[in-house]
Design a protein around this ligand. Structure first.
Ligand code: AMP
Length: 281
């Protein structure tokens, strides 16, 4: 099947509303393109659960902290369209920046608290930009369900909360992280790793697994287990490693309920994030 490319908000909304009026459910998969197997897994879930599927492709300038990261972001449009067609996606919504931000915006969505920790302090304004653009995408493609990866765990928690707080009439579905055979979480940024960095980056999953399989319950100890594993790789520079409550993302001292260990680590100029569930035994 051929995926239809849509660039106008008005046209996108019409397609979704007509499909829903015709009795079909619509699944929405927001992405920044450079589609990989992680994105395809979100699409698979959407197709399993919904009659029609929209993938959005928008590299949102507002959510990048460094212009160099925005410039270096891969944009293989033809390959993305091909991937959507092969996966049976109905619409690829790919608006221009002018279409999404036709005038300088005065309205923003701030999900307080959940945006403050983990990546928050290192990426000022990032989650506000993400929440705002997702609100705009939900209005442009008013779907029944939207699919987000657990790979970006803080983002998923923030979007879930925004939808609850603002009564958006859609369900947020979280999808487990898809990994390379060596455990590295799939990410559009992985292509920017040098061969040596790429090989080294598998250490992140080893660190997450080491903490997860430990029977310790003190966060401090679990974090130092992960930190120790990463320290074995000189190319890795840790930004943060933290254990937080699964829902509130508040720091946790003792793992007495399901928590999440999350980390951000630099390899050269590339910043990678990952996370794993930490469940008390
Ligand atoms: P991005 O294009 O990086 O903004 O990601 C778009 C969506 O795909 C987000 O909901 C991500 O969490 C999700 N995603 C990215 N990488 C993965 C992965 N390895 N496994 C599952 N979902 C992912």
């Amino acid at each position: 099947m051929t995926t239809q490319v849509v660039s106008s908000i008005e046209e996108m909304r019409t397609h979704v509303l007509l499909a829903r009026r015709g009795g079909e459910s619509v699944g929405l998969v927001p992405t920044m393109g450079a589609l990989h197997k992680g994105h395809l897994e979100l699409i698979r879930h959407a197709k399993d659960e919904c009659g029609r599927t929209v993938v959005t492709l928008f590299v949102n300038p507002a959510q990048f902290n460094q212009p160099s990261d925005l410039d270096a972001y891969p944009r293989p449009f033809d390959a993305d369209l091909e991937a959507c067609s092969s996966a049976g996606v109905d619409w690829l919504f790919a608006p221009s920046a002018e279409e999404m931000y036709s005038e300088k915006p005065l309205t923003f969505v701030d999900v307080e608290g959940l945006s403050d920790g983990l990546c928050g302090p290192y990426r000022p304004g990032h989650f506000r930009a993400v929440a705002t653009v997702c609100a705009k995408l939900f209005a442009a493609a008013p779907a029944d369900r939207a699919y987000f990866g657990e790979k970006d765990y803080q983002q998923l928690a923030i979007i879930r909360r925004m939808v609850r707080d603002l009564n958006f009439p859609l369900e947020i579905v979280g999808v487990p992280t898809v990994r390379e055979p060596d455990g590295l979480a799939m990410s559009s940024r992985n292509v920017r790793l040098s061969p040596a960095e790429r090989q080294t980056a598998a250490v992140l999953y080893r660190a997450l697994e080491a903490a997860q399989s430990s029977d310790q319950t003190a966060s401090r100890v679990l974090v130092s287990i992960a930190r120790h594993v990463i320290a074995s790789e000189p190319l890795a520079r840790v930004e943060y490693i933290e254990i937080v409550d699964r829902d509130t993302l508040a720091p946790v001292v003792t793992v007495d309920r399901e928590c999440r260990l999350a980390l951000a680590v630099w390899f050269g100029k590339v910043r990678l994030i990952d996370n794993i569930a930490i469940i008390p035994r």
